[in-house]
Design a protein around this ligand. Structure first.
Ligand SMILES: Nc1ncnc2c1ncn2[C@@H]1O[C@H](COP(=O)(O)OP(=O)(O)O)[C@@H](O)[C@H]1O
Ligand SMILES: [Mg+2]
Length: 388
């Protein structure tokens, strides 16, 4: 998949922007706050209908305006198409998507049309932070290629919200739960089966790839990287009735706490190096390598499933990687269309034959100007320091 053209209107600090990126590597240089992440965020919106940052859509609209839009012309393996997303948080319909000028009825219809993988400094939190970050990663990744999963996840969340509302009411009134709680629990149980099965399956695929990408990036194979999905239903003979039972039995506790305490919304994905939990035992270097390895594995998997390469977005991560790792990353990227943002040009000496753009802002408005091609530079002999 290649982006042929990007059009933004009143999106973040871009009042209007038209950009025609090239097929291979596109390098975006600019000072902090110039609008580099905003550009990648707009691309992400066109893939998943939302930002990659924890965000509400209102923030994505340029100050002083009521709506924003981002649109991409995409060249897929077989055909081209146009995708446009419009945000109007103050209106009744807050978000709309058009594919080839035809409005989609449900968000699930846009999932998988255009795929991207983003890697940013926050992804280093994938390993060290709490399980919510890892579930979000899995959810976004699977939703991009599996509509059944996206729909099941939405159903699960909606039913859980209803269940929680009923339980909170019980807490306020002291009454017994409304019998409808059973119906919502039944929806939670059936959608949880899809969610846990798919997460398990994708975690298995990731683990297979990640061991290879980890050693490819670190340049050594002493350390074996793996990951494991920890489901609350792991190894149960009859997970469906087990979850039903857990929900029923936890009702009283859940009324006291006002939340649902058991379910896949509490699961975790554990990253391991030589079978030890990385969260507890790992250096900053290992964490960087693992986070990048996970993202490249995600790219591989999406590519295998859809038969087309997603667009790769690398936001401000080059300064986090040393020369050796950057070189190996470059090899891995192959001919994937890639957007790399950076504030220091010296971090990108290895990237020759790439198109270069200047990102700058004036009077609070962002602009991007193409400045030419980066030419081959003398590459030094790479010594291979210990990356760990
Ligand atoms: N809704 C908005 N309206 C106008 N400007 C915005 C909006 N949201 C963010 N910005 C501006 O965008 C800039 C940050 O852009 P960003 O892409 O994060 O920078 P960087 O180049 O460091 O990645 C800031 O100057 C901020 O003021
Ligand atoms: Mg940024």
């Amino acid at each position: 998949m290649k982006i042929r053209e990007i059009n933004l209107v009143q999106f973040r600090n871009y009042e209007r922007l038209t950009l025609r990126p090239k097929d291979g590597i596109n390098l975006f240089f600019g000072k902090n706050g110039s609008g580099k992440t905003n550009l990648l965020e707009a691309i992400h919106y066109c893939a998943l209908g939302k930002s990659h940052r924890i965000n509400n859509d209102q923030n994505a609209i340029m100050n002083g305006y009521r709506e924003a839009s981002c649109a991409l012309d995409i060249q897929g393996r077989l055909s081209g198409f146009h995708i446009r997303l419009k945000l109007q948080p103050e209106e009744a319909v807050k978000k709309s998507v058009w594919i080839d000028q035809k409005k989609v009825r449900k968000f699930s219809e846009m999932m998988g049309c255009f795929q991207c993988v983003i890697f940013s400094p926050e992804d280093l939190g994938l390993i060290r932070e709490g399980p919510a970050v890892r579930r979000r990663f899995l959810d976004m990744m699977i939703s991009q290629v599996n509509r059944k999963y996206f729909i099941a996840l939405q159903q699960y969340r909606a039913a859980m919200e209803q269940r929680n509302a009923i339980l909170r009411l019980c807490r306020q009134t002291g009454r017994k739960p409304d019998p409808a709680v059973e119906d919502f629990e039944a929806i939670m149980v059936s959608s949880a089966m899809t969610v846990t099965e798919e997460r398990n399956r994708y975690a298995g695929m990731l683990t297979e790839k990640a061991a290879e990408t980890y050693s490819a990036i670190s340049g050594q194979d002493r350390e074996v990287f793996s990951m494991l999905y920890h489901s609350f239903l792991k190894d149960r003979d009859d997970p469906e009735s087990e979850y039903q039972k857990q929900l029923r039995e936890s009702r009283e506790d859940d009324i006291r706490q006002g939340i649902t305490t058991c379910g896949p919304h509490r699961d975790d994905l554990v990253f391991m190096l030589n079978r030890r939990n990385m969260k507890l035992y790992s250096s900053q270097g290992q964490i960087r390598t693992a986070a990048l390895g996970i993202k490249l594995s995600q790219l591989n998997i999406l590519q295998e499933i859809s038969g087309d390469s997603p667009v790769l977005l690398l936001d401000d991560v080059m300064s986090e990687l040393d020369k050796g790792r950057r070189m190996r990353l470059l090899e891995k990227i192959g001919n994937t269309q890639t957007f790399i943002t950076c504030s220091d040009e010296s971090d990108l000496d290895e990237f020759s034959e790439s198109r270069v753009y200047d990102v700058y802002s004036e009077d609070g408005k962002g602009y991007i100007r193409e400045t030419g091609m980066k030419q081959e530079t003398e590459t030094e002999q790479i010594t291979d320091p210990d990356f760990t």
